[in-house]
Design a protein around this ligand. Structure first.
Ligand code: SF4
Length: 309
């Protein structure tokens, strides 16, 4: 008997003893299970800015976890040994993660490095326990989710960084995924009022001004406030390409700033990442790890998007 997995937009119908597209979800004698549930090959303490989240508890560390697997297969994947090769890790119970975070003073736990959508059963169990302990949770995702997954995730998670990787052709040809479910996920997060920042990896020669304007329009229409444009460095199946130059990223940032998205930041770059008030234009912080007292501009009182404490 086939079973349906609704963890992501693919909605795989999995045959008995078979696997879904991600090779994480499997049909075990008519019951759906996750291979390697709770086995975590990647665990680290990261500045929250590394997710990247620049407007969520700035200057704090987050306990970052990554299990194996992904529902996409991007030719430029930076974590392909985890997402595609399915590294094995030690089993760590959700309670143990939350207890460790609590004892060591982490204000947040991040589900990151690979694609948490395909191991969302473990993420949701951990997030529920973290919520009981008053620890916030962060999901770093490609956003190619199902509606059912977002119904489960939104009530529990506190903050999101979602990739908007490119246009439809880019998703189809380079990521082997789809754009529309990502846009729907972004829309649902903004509607929910949960914290959201969006990231686009800029590949010189692919992400031109036209594509950046189109992506910016999509984000504007969804009410996104924070957009990170980060510099590509060659990985996985795209090692023959040159890294995106600083000059090119600066040009792309200028184009992105033509939109009404109030906070636009360069990533993986030497370019300045300061925060300006969208009301009066004054500089609010020169370093992204600093907080903004009371979450408002001290010069004009404008509310600054974010979770500041
Ligand atoms: S997580 Fe996505 S890719 Fe994996 S089995 Fe479920 S629906 Fe398919």
């Amino acid at each position: 008997m086939k079973v349906l997995c609704d963890f992501c937009y693919r909605k795989c119908q999995i045959s008995e003893n078979g696997y879904g597209w991600c090779r994480v979800r499997k049909n075990e004698k008519g019951r759906i299970e996750s291979e390697g549930f709770g086995h975590i090959p990647a665990i680290a303490s990261d500045p929250v800015e590394k997710k990247p989240l620049y407007h969520f508890l700035p200057g704090t560390m987050t306990l970052s976890l990554g299990a194996s697997g992904c529902n996409l297969s991007c030719d430029f994947c930076q974590n392909w040994t985890l997402s595609q090769n399915h590294e094995k890790g030690e089993y760590i119970a959700a309670e143990a993660v939350v207890e460790f975070a609590g004892k060591n003073g982490f204000p947040s736990i991040s589900f990151t490095y690979s694609e948490p959508l395909v191991w969302q059963d473990y993420m949701l169990e951990t997030a529920a326990k973290a919520k009981e302990m008053g620890i916030r949770t962060i999901m770093v995702s490609n956003g190619d989710a199902s509606e059912e997954a977002m119904n489960r995730i939104l009530p529990l998670l506190d903050a999101f960084n979602i990739d908007l990787k490119g246009d439809e052709g880019f998703y189809r040809n380079i990521c082997h995924g789809e754009l529309q479910p990502v846009l729907r996920t972004i829309q649902r997060i903004t509607e929910s009022g949960k914290h959201l920042e969006v990231t686009t990896l800029v590949i010189e020669g692919i992400h031109d001004g036209k594509m950046i304007r189109a992506l910016g329009k999509m984000l504007e229409d969804s009410g996104v406030s924070v957009w990170h444009l980060t510099r590509f460095y060659p990985h996985y199946k795209m090692i023959d390409r040159s890294p995106t130059s600083e000059l090119y990223l600066a040009k792309i940032i200028d184009i992105a700033k033509e939109t009404n998205i109030p906070y636009i930041y360069p990533g993986n770059s030497v370019l300045k990442a300061e925060t300006r008030c969208p009301g009066c234009g004054k500089t609010l912080r020169k370093h992204i790890g600093e907080t903004i007292e009371d979450g408002s501009c001290p010069y004009c009182g404008e509310r600054i998007y974010g979770v500041w404490n």
